[in-house]
Design a protein around this ligand. Structure first.
Ligand SMILES: [Zn+2]
Length: 214
């Protein structure tokens, strides 16, 4: 162990609690206890998603992932960014100029104190050497929460919700927390492409199980 690692270990002791259920337990390399590890499901590799050049996600949004995501978004458990980011990696064979987190409206940002997708993007960016730009895409409209809306209503709800600065020729990797129908990521990609982006891929920490049931 290097001196730097030893110092970091002393300042930030390794977490002993499971990232998912938060109980103290022996955890695996993902920081998850044995019982929770059995409940985690991983997403298949690169998928198609409207308006994007490709989409990939880390965890399937099962009960276990949902519990961790809930603490991450609503319980101020910002350290969970590390857990979610650890399952994400940029698609192979593509060079990215910038990582763009899906923005939340400034009113929500004030209330929560952080944009969970930006925390994940920062860690993915650090890991893969891609800079993060939080100014490229902003949320122009404070949309209703999508949770209880139908696919069609979701699409209408996010239409025109985002604004992008000119991003001519950029290769962009979007980062979101949870993808359900994909309407938010598609709308973001559409907005960035209208502003000149050459390529937009999307990553989500979690994705709904529905698209994978066949
Ligand atoms: Zn657990």
């Amino acid at each position: 162990m290097s001196v730097k690692d030893a110092i970091l270990d002393a300042i930030f002791p390794k977490r002993l609690a499971c990232y998912v259920c938060n109980s103290e337990a022996v955890t695996d390399e993902n920081g998850v206890c044995e019982a929770c590890a059995q409940k985690l499901r991983f997403c298949p590799p690169l998928q198609k998603l409207k308006e994007t050049d490709g989409f990939a996600a880390g965890l399937l949004y099962t009960e276990a992932a949902r519990a961790a995501m809930h603490r991450f978004k609503y319980g101020d458990a910002q350290y969970l960014a590390e857990f979610f980011a650890s399952f994400l990696r940029p698609p192979d064979g593509v060079t990215f100029d910038t990582l763009v987190p899906v923005p939340i409206h400034k009113k929500r940002l004030r209330k929560r104190g952080y944009n969970q997708s930006a925390l994940i993007a920062a860690l993915v960016g650090a890991q893969y050497g891609i800079r993060v730009d939080e100014t490229l895409l902003t949320r122009a409209k404070d949309t209703r929460t999508q949770t209880k809306l139908s696919v069609d209503a979701r699409r209408k709800n996010v239409k025109g919700a985002f604004a992008a600065r000119p991003c001519g020729g950029l290769s962009i990797l979007l980062v979101d927390d949870v993808k359900t129908t994909g309407s938010t990521l598609s709308e973001c990609a559409k907005t960035l492409k209208k502003a000149g982006a050459a390529r937009v891929y999307a990553l989500a920490a979690c994705a709904d199980e529905l698209p994978y049931q066949s």
